[in-house]
Design a protein around this ligand. Structure first.
Ligand code: TYM
Length: 337
């Protein structure tokens, strides 16, 4: 038996993968590969809760795999697959839908946000999205789920659903589901927009200046950081509860996440210096972090078969693990097998 604890996480192929996705999630995943059994997926079922162009979705899903690999996820060490290629996700989601309350789902902030942004398409999938996410995690009996701050509420509901199901069917011990924990990075769990720093940096933002895409040209990244919105105070200080300081707080966070230095130390280094100097250094640090990722990404670009093979192999392996959990669930609820 594999003694290692299990990690599960994923990103939706629904837009340009941003610095927020990288610092909040993917960078953390890379570091966990040695110690844990890691499973990372491209969450295309989640992506269709808002309208997607089919060709683009297909392309973005494989591009996302390339990004994972370029960021340092090693397909020999981690299990990588496309969510829609493992039917157990949708199957478990149906069962768990029957163990989740409308009231809990209507409290999800992501649902509230997305339904106000897509008022013409508030579909049932958008509403039950957290149940699919719970299924993703619970199928693999994950111990830890490395995500950014915006997903922590979904981890909480995953725990609630799992506990509820175990409570109904597993009173004599031997629970069907392991109760997972969320895991956020020390810095970078919530990277903010560069143009409206009180809002989260989002890959679906209409304004490309608001986010840094990992696939932006390095010169564009530099420009975006240098023109990030700050304030007129001219003092480099970290005041997380002060919205007027949101731009500088964000740049300090990004600097800390990229360099690994504590924010206090960075603040001390920039005492008496101006925003121009600081932004220049943040831009350089981010560019140097992304440069090798871009180089690896470009190398992989022409090798579609390599990517398709990884997905095929990954889906077979993931189905084996997911199948074990699903068959326990089917047995518990009373389906003839
Ligand atoms: P998604 O695709 O919106 O984001 C992927 C990951 O990036 C993190 N993230 C951020 N972190 C810091 N700052 C930001 N501005 C920022 N924006 C995004 C997210 O927290 C996430 O970790 N529902 C998930 C995908 C998913 C999933 C799962 C994740 C589906 N099933 C199971 C974990 C486990 C989502 O929409 O993430």
């Amino acid at each position: 038996m594999d003694e290692k604890k299990t990690i599960f996480s994923g990103v939706q192929p629904s837009g340009n993968i941003t610095l927020g996705n990288y610092l909040g999630a993917i960078k953390n995943w890379v570091n966990l590969q040695e110690e844990y059994r890691c499973i990372y997926a491209m969450m295309d079922l989640h992506a269709i809760t808002v309208r997607q162009n089919p060709q683009e979705l297909r392309k973005r899903t494989l591009d996302l795999l390339k990004i994972y690999i370029a960021c340092g996820i090693d397909p020999e060490k981690s299990l990588l697959f496309i969510q829609s290629q493992v039917p157990h996700h949708a199957q478990l989601a149906w069962v768990l839908n029957c163990y989740t309350y409308m009231g809990e789902l209507s409290r999800m902030t992501q649902f509230k946000d997305k339904s106000s942004k897509h008022a013409d398409n508030i579909n049932a999938g958008l509403f039950t999205y957290p149940v699919l996410m719970a299924s993703d995690i619970l199928l693999y009996q994950a111990d830890l789920v490395p995500v950014g701050k915006d997903q922590m509420q979904h981890i909480e509901i995953t725990r609630d659903i799992a506990e509820r199901f175990n409570g109904v069917y597993c009173q004599e011990g031997n629970p069907v589901f392991k109760i997972p924990e969320g895991f956020m990075p020390k810095a970078g769990a919530k990277v903010m927009s560069l143009t409206e720093p009180t809002k989260k940096m989002s890959k679906s933002d209409e304004n490309p200046k608001a986010y840094i895409s990992l696939l932006d040209d390095l010169s564009v990244i530099e420009k975006k950081i240098k023109s990030a919105v700050t304030d007129s105070e001219g003092v480099i200080e970290y005041r997380p509860d002060d919205d007027a300081k949101a731009g500088i707080n964000n740049l300090l966070t990004i600097m800390s996440a990229v360099t690994g230095k504590d924010i206090d130390k960075i603040v001390a280094e920039y005492q008496g210096k101006g925003y121009g100097d600081f932004k220049k250094d943040v831009a350089e640090a981010v560019v140097e972090e992304i440069r090798p990722i871009r180089a690896r990404y470009d190398e992989l670009s022409n090798d579609k078969q390599y990517l398709v093979d990884i997905c095929e192999k990954g889906a077979i392996e993931a189905s084996k693990i997911a199948g074990r959990t699903l068959s326990k669930v089917y047995k518990k609820v009373g389906f003839v097998q």
